[in-house]
Design a protein around this ligand. Structure first.
Ligand code: IFM
Length: 427
């Protein structure tokens, strides 16, 4: 049985500050994450992204890993402060060099580059002027998008403007757990939200203006609800709850982002929706309306403590597709484990294989139900800096020995390669 169409896009993802290191090289400016991670008590173990997985120097190895796994696409992000060290329009040509090498090597390997313009490393210079509270940041983002689009014209055709606005605003400007570490009043967070929407729209216009064939979306996150049973009442309850709850990340949910953007006449309407889905909440029809079903005591949890709920990867895409009718990509999904190198020199991660197996089977049910989902990016290609959790959470298909930068594909990398090769048939 074939679970996924032959042209389904199989990929893996990463992000600049989480993997690159090389923070002082080739004229890169400071980002809010440099400042934040170097502030005492903000990141576990005082970890920073100074070196990370050293992909700034080892990107050739990363491309080889992608190629060995037979992936069709690699999603990476461009560090804004490498291109615009001061946040303005004094472009830094040297900042493009590494991405030029990466993009060309991917193309040569037959792998489609999917670039994210903003995965949270805001130039510190812009934060000094208010960051996303200041409309100028949105305008600067639009100008940066134009510069990058011009530079990669004809080589990169698939783009994400912004990764997880819900999270970077909710945790960066709301709870203060992420850079820039602010705890703003709700109305000030809303100002960030408004400027983020403007920034996305200016970026999408710039990308399309430079090359109308550019395909542009953004990666959304937020609470996913799934029905506690197959009963029609529970399905309806889950659907309602998913688009009614002020979920997670300071109250910003998928529909806060997608409802305004996906209106027909909105110039920021994306070509596709990227969904970052890691887990969800079971919902049933209660006497007084939809109600959450408590997660079972002792139920499976990731190293992060997140519940393991594969159903989220079926019902999240189903509900989003029904509401917006735009092509979908799973732009992130994966598991953090406490992986280590075994005595045989390999990294055995049966938990990750089981997790991915369950989640991909769930996704196949969405595909089977007619949801227009075109691809899946596993988070992450390699172990990396997990923001406030530092290096304690390992999400990679490939293990990174941070002391040496050495990469060791985990068992899950081989398993995923089999899934990709068989277009899901091996599931
Ligand atoms: O590592 C992050 C990523 O940067 C954004 N989405 C969630 C991942 C795991 O927490």
């Amino acid at each position: 049985m074939e679970y996924f169409p032959k042209d389904f896009l199989w990929g893996a993802a990463s992000a600049s500050y989480q993997t690159e290191g090389g923070v002082k090289e080739d004229g890169r400016g400071e980002s809010v994450w440099d400042t934040f991670s170097h502030t005492p008590c903000k990141v576990r173990n005082s970890d920073t992204g100074d070196v990370a997985a050293d992909s700034y120097h080892r990107w050739r190895e990363d491309v080889a890993l992608v190629k060995d796994m037979g992936l069709g696409a690699y999603r990476f992000s461009i560090a804004w402060p490498r291109i615009a060290p001061n946040g303005g329009t004094d472009w830094n040509p040297a900042g493009f060099a590494m991405y030029d090498g990466l993009v060309d090597a991917l193309l040569e390997a037959g792998v489609q580059p999917w670039a994210t313009l903003y995965h949270w490393d805001l130039p510190q210079a812009l934060q000094n002027k208010g960051g996303w509270q200041n409309e100028d940041t949105a305008r600067a983002f639009g100008a940066y998008a134009r510069e990058v689009a011009e530079h990669f014209k004809g080589r990169v055709t698939h783009w994400f403007t912004i990764n997880e606005p819900q999270c970077f605003i909710g945790m960066g400007y709301g709870s203060g757990e992420h850079a820039p570490g602010l705890r703003l009043r709700p109305e000030d967070q809303l100002l960030c939200w408004k400027n983020m929407l403007l920034g996305h729209t200016l970026a999408i216009q710039a990308l399309r203006g430079i090359d109308p064939s550019n395909v542009v979306g953004l990666a959304s996150c937020g609470g996913v609800c799934y029905p506690a049973s197959e009963r029609a009442e529970d399905i309806e309850a889950a659907r309602k709850r998913m688009f009614a709850r002020p979920e997670g990340f300071g109250g910003f949910s998928h529909h806060d982002l997608l409802d305004p953007l996906c209106l027909e006449d909105n110039p920021g309407k994306p070509d596709f929706i990227g969904l970052n889905i890691y887990n969800g909440i079971a919902v049933r029809a209660g006497e007084n309306g939809p109600e959450d079903v408590p997660y079972p005591m002792g139920g499976p949890r990731t190293a992060f403590g997140w519940p393991v709920t594969p159903e989220a990867l079926e019902w999240g895409p189903r509900f989003v597709w029904e509401r917006y009718h735009l092509p979908l990509y799973i732009s992130e999904n994966g598991l953090s484990c406490r992986d280590w190198v075994a005595l045989d020199g390999k990294v055995h991660d049966p938990g990750r294989i089981d997790f991915l197996h369950r989640y991909l089977l769930a996704l196949s049910r969405a595909v089977d139900a007619g949801v227009d989902v075109h691809g899946y990016f596993q988070w992450a290609l390699i172990d990396n800096f997990e923001w406030a959790e530092g290096y304690d959470q390992r999400f990679g298909l490939v293990y990174v020995d941070y002391a040496t930068g050495r990469r060791i594909p985990k068992d899950s990398a081989e398993w995923y390669a089999g899934v990709v090769k068989s277009s899901g048939g091996a599931l």
